[in-house]
Design a protein around this ligand. Structure first.
Ligand SMILES: Cc1cc2nc3c(=O)[nH]c(=O)nc-3n(C[C@H](O)[C@H](O)[C@H](O)COP(=O)(O)O)c2cc1C
Length: 203
């Protein structure tokens, strides 16, 4: 049996490029790829274009914006990183997830990360990012990664402590993704862990 390679999709909430959030997501993706065989695709708010913010329903999304929503829904592994804006993820980062099918991410490994100007809002990853993916019944990786402006040199992640967290998150993610892949090989579904089916909250 030929197995399709797993697909890592990074979605970042940056509204500019170059972007530290994009750089952090890319660093995480490269380290996951160092531990497992997987393809990598990056999409962000800018690839969705102005049609993302203008849409109030999924039917109103432009083809560019819908393609980003669908890329997120089709990820085997999702890396979700946002700059901190006013103490939270960016508005357009959340707006994208408001269009994501509520069953699409059940049981999917998700690495969460954020970048901010300083250390003050580092818990955004725990208090805002992680609960968002809890809603989707996704499997957030234990190590979340936060990087501040001082962690970068010329928009490149350079802080050894943050790079160590990237490595820890990548190893945990690869181990989980391989375990889920193993279940698929044995004929189980990725959203059906050995202990029983995950029951998503409806809402
Ligand atoms: C509108 C706006 C609001 C921001 N609010 C915060 C904030 O509340 N806390 C913080 O630590 N940094 C804040 N920042 C700084 C950015 O989060 C930080 O520079 C981030 O790394 C930028 O990421 P990017 O390069 O991916 O755009 C803000 C920046 C902008 C433009």
């Amino acid at each position: 049996m030929t197995l399709a390679r797993q697909k890592i999709v990074a979605f970042t909430g940056n509204t500019r490029r170059p972007s530290r959030s994009l750089n952090l997501a890319e660093a995480i993706a490269r380290r996951i790829q160092a531990h497992m065989d997987a393809d990598y695709l990056h999409v962000d708010v800018l690839s969705a274009g102005p049609g993302l913010g203008a849409a109030l329903t999924r039917q109103q999304l432009t083809p560019e914006a819908l393609a980003v929503v669908e890329a997120v829904e089709e990820a085997d592994i999702l890396i979700a990183v946002s700059p901190v804006y006013k103490g939270s993820y960016t508005g357009l980062f959340k707006h994208l997830f408001d269009f994501v099918d509520m069953d699409a991410l059940i049981g999917r490994p998700v690495v969460v990360g954020a970048t901010g100007g300083g250390p003050r809002h580092s818990l955004v990853v725990e208090h805002q990012m992680r609960p968002l993916f809890g809603f989707f019944s996704a499997l957030t990786i234990p190590t979340a990664v936060y990087a501040e402006d001082a962690s970068f040199e010329d928009d490149r992640l350079a802080d050894p402590a943050v790079l160590a967290r990237v490595e820890a998150a990548a190893i945990q993610c690869a181990q989980l993704a391989e375990a889920i892949g193993g279940r698929r090989r044995r004929g189980g579904r990725a959203d059906e862990p050995e202990s029983g089916r995950i029951i998503p909250l409806k809402g």
